[in-house]
Design a protein around this ligand. Structure first.
Ligand SMILES: [Zn+2]
Length: 247
């Protein structure tokens, strides 16, 4: 029997029978931990809030054979305000599905956990538009997960900046006007290229601290989602739902 303690964010909860749950928790040190929580659905259980979707707390897990169980869970934050706004709630659920897709068990995930926690705080606070938060999360997550694009200069001639550059989701590279073959790449203005460089390459503390004009932001949002969907080659039910409720 092994016992581990870790702070973590619940990114998935499934009911098991009348009173138990199976939860997936994203932790910094151990990546994803899937654990049974016995009696967690009982209204008197002190584990009820701490094992709910999007709860962040301190967990003690016990491992017997191949399965973890939640021995103790102390909630720190439940992001309750997100539940009062369907657009924010839908986006937060998409973030949970992304975490489930991109993270693994037994794999240190410190920065990805911080990325999702910061995104949920920011979403809750209303200080940034939901679409902006979504785009930053998508693009930073791709950069952290082995899909760091090569954004420093045109891949063919080395031009750093031109009025328009073209981003290829296929190669993860950018090309200038002169070097792009017709029909290839996604045409982006200088402001969008700057934002992509900033989100992929800045220190973590800074990635949400910039602003964009609304037309550039729209393009930035399109390209981050397109890149993520292209590389993962799958659909996200939570993303489809978010698109039906966003303002
Ligand atoms: Zn070029």
């Amino acid at each position: 029997m092994t016992k581990i303690t870790a702070a973590g964010l619940v990114i998935k909860e499934q009911s098991i029978g009348e009173s138990d749950k199976l939860i997936t928790v994203l932790t910094a040190q151990y990546g994803l931990v899937r654990a049974f929580s016995r009696g967690a659905k009982k209204t008197k259980s002190k584990k009820l809030a701490a094992t709910s979707l999007m709860a962040y707390g301190d967990f003690t897990f016990v491992k017997t054979k191949d399965a973890y169980t939640v021995e103790d869970a102390m909630v720190k934050e439940v992001f309750f305000e997100l539940r009062e706004d369907i657009e924010k709630m839908a986006l937060a659920q998409y973030f949970c599905q992304l975490a489930n897709e991109f993270c693994e068990e037994e794999y240190e995930s410190d920065e990805i956990l911080r990325l999702f926690l910061n995104a949920l705080w920011l979403l809750k606070s209303g200080k940034k538009p939901a679409g902006f938060i979504k785009a930053v999360v998508e693009f930073r997550l791709m950069s952290l997960s082995g899909y760091m694009p090569a954004l420093l200069a045109c891949d063919t001639c080395g031009t750093y900046e031109s009025e328009y550059m073209y981003f290829s989701a296929e190669s993860g590279k950018i090309y200038c006007d002169n070097c792009i073959s017709s029909g290839q790449g996604y045409c982006l203005g200088a402001a969008v290229i700057q934002a992509m460089r900033y989100v992929a390459l800045s220190d973590f503390e800074k990635i949400f601290s910039f602003t964009m004009a609304s037309d550039s932001l729209k393009r930035f949002c399109e390209v981050t989602e397109m890149y993520l969907l292209h590389k993962t080659e799958r659909n996200f039910s939570t993303l489809d739902f978010y698109k039906t409720v966003r303002g």
